[in-house]
Design a protein around this ligand. Structure first.
Ligand code: FAD
Length: 470
């Protein structure tokens, strides 16, 4: 049967849902959303939400242990069954029945099934064809990337789906990949009692972040008893009985009961009918309106366009694409590799904008100011001397902040001030009038401005007097 709508959305993850909601609420559009799995997408059930549910209890316990008075009151171990039960309740037992009413309340029609493009403005779901008057929006997300390592497929390796929904703590867990998913899951399950080993091919964990972030996190994982093998690739995987052996290129072998593969993501575009509109597979290239070049009726938002694989980036893109479909001159500007990102380990890592290396690579005259994250009066309450460094990166020609990385306990909520300073390009001279309250950890901003000024003064005094130089 053929039916007509204003907009057809494929994929009801966070990006698809936000776009559909905005088109309906703001523009009164008649929207249909096609979902083959659970409404809420990977994020709600197999990614952001369960991973944070697994990490948070141990984080709270460590936080308490750093605060004398409270530490004496809380001396027990984590209750693993209670942690897993809370995780199950946060993912609503893998049922989307509390997400669907959100769509219904906005008159968004939900069609369950696998959607494929079927020529211009047409999406086929089984025998149904949904025709779009205004636009089709692809929001199908990504799945785990499984590398072509010999023996991997036969060994029954886990992806983010199995590790975030595991019902038991693996005795020994091998984690292939020291990016965000790998380190979060390594710390979560180690805290729940698993003996975890992390294997990362690059020279440090979190290779795209400031080096200090990966180094400090590695130290924290090692304190927790998690060995971290860096700069070494896995060459072969074998399973014998219940035991998995991973051979490394340096000849070493590591063994475990479960193997998590967390080396990256792949766009779910293989069976999407892209060829029916003349598009190749892979990540879908879009312009800043999230529109596919030469296809003015077709948009791709969220993970599937590869710009920034984060829920908040997908939701931002959803707002931009919706506004563009509604006829506004909207364009995305802050969803690339510098988008805000938080890694919910302990210490937490929260970063936005450039790293020093990426700034220098982009040809910016940049300087880094490093400070101890616990170097304020406000930080005493989080445990004075808690490890962690904060780095601010300044464009010294324009005197604006272009990057910030916070490492330390509970730093996620420190990030948004840096995001605002960067997006609004607030001059450092103006930032000096943004007074942080005492005693809060936001006084880090004062420490940063003071340190920057000291460095500037030192540079000025070090330079030869102009007359002498001439
Ligand atoms: C372990 C883990 C932890 C993460 N933690 C965070 C975090 O803390 N914060 C953060 O910002 N990001 C996090 N992410 C990233 C985040 O999960 C993604 O960026 C986000 O889910 C992308 O949203 P999306 O809407 O683009 O796609 P998805 O959430 O993947 O949703 C896409 C939907 O499309 C459906 N679909 C796919 N193909 C079809 C089809 N052909 N027809 C119909 N339906 C289809 C899928 O079933 C799915 O429901 C994490 C990722 C992982 C793996």
């Amino acid at each position: 049967m053929e039916r007509e709508f204003d907009v057809v959305v494929i994929g009801a993850g966070p990006a698809g849902e936000v776009l559909a909601g905005r088109l309906s609420e703001r523009g009164g559009k008649r929207v249909v959303i096609v979902e083959r799995g659970l409404v809420g997408g990977e994020c709600s059930f197999y990614a952001c939400m369960p991973s944070k549910a697994l990490l948070r209890p141990a984080e709270v316990l460590r936080e308490v242990a750093r605060v004398p008075g409270a530490a004496q009151a809380v001396t027990g171990e984590l209750d693993v069954a209670a942690v897993l039960a809370r995780r199950d309740s946060i993912v609503n037992h893998l049922d989307d029945d509390n997400q669907v009413p959100w769509l219904q309340a906005r008159d968004i029609e939900l069609v369950r099934g696998h959607g494929r493009l079927d020529g211009e403005r047409r999406v086929r779901v089984g025998d149904d064809v949904l025709v779009a008057r205004d636009a089709v929006v692809i929001a199908v997300g990504t799945g785990a990337l499984m590398p072509p390592i010999s023996g991997l497929a036969a060994a029954g390796a886990w992806s983010n789906r199995e590790i975030t929904t595991a019902r038991e703590v693996p005795g020994r867990l091998l984690v292939l990949g020291g990016g965000v998913v790998g380190v979060e899951m390594a710390q979560a399950w180690a805290s729940l009692g698993s003996r975890v080993t992390v294997i990362e091919a690059e020279q440090r964990l979190l290779p795209r972040e400031e080096p200090l972030a990966g180094d400090e996190l590695q130290a924290a994982l090692e304190r927790l008893g998690v060995p971290v093998r860096i700069g070494v690739r896995a060459t072969e995987v074998a399973r014998e009985g219940g035991e998995i052996t991973v051979s490394l290129e340096n000849g070493e072998r590591v063994t475990g009961d479960r193997l998590l593969v967390a080396i990256g993501r792949r766009p779910l575009t293989a069976d999407l009918g892209l060829e029916t509109v003349g598009l190749p597979g892979g990540y879908i290239e879009v312009d800043d309106r999230l529109r596919i070049p030469d296809h003015p009726w077709l948009y791709a938002i969220g993970d599937v366009n590869g710009r920034s694989l984060l829920t908040h980036s997908g939701k931002y893109q959803a707002r931009i694409a919706a506004d563009h479909i509604l006829g506004e001159d909207a364009a995305a500007s802050t969803d690339g590799s510098g988008a805000p990102r938080v890694i919910f380990t302990d210490p937490q890592i929260a970063a936005v904008g450039h790293t020093l290396a990426s700034a220098l690579e982009a040809g910016i005259t940049a300087e880094a100011i490093d400070l101890p994250t616990s170097g304020t009066a406000g930080a005493s309450f989080y445990g004075r001397g808690a490890p962690g460094t904060t780095r601010f990166v300044v464009d010294t020609d324009r005197e604006v902040l272009i990057g910030a990385t916070f490492v330390g306990p509970e730093v996620a909520d420190l990030l948004h001030a840096a995001t605002i300073a960067i997006v609004a390009e607030v001059p450092l001279g103006t930032l000096a009038h943004a007074v942080p309250s005492f005693p809060t950890r936001s006084e880090l901003w004062l420490k940063f401005l003071e340190a920057y000024e000291r460095e500037r003064q030192a540079t000025l005094h070090a330079a030869p007097p102009l007359a002498a130089a001439a």
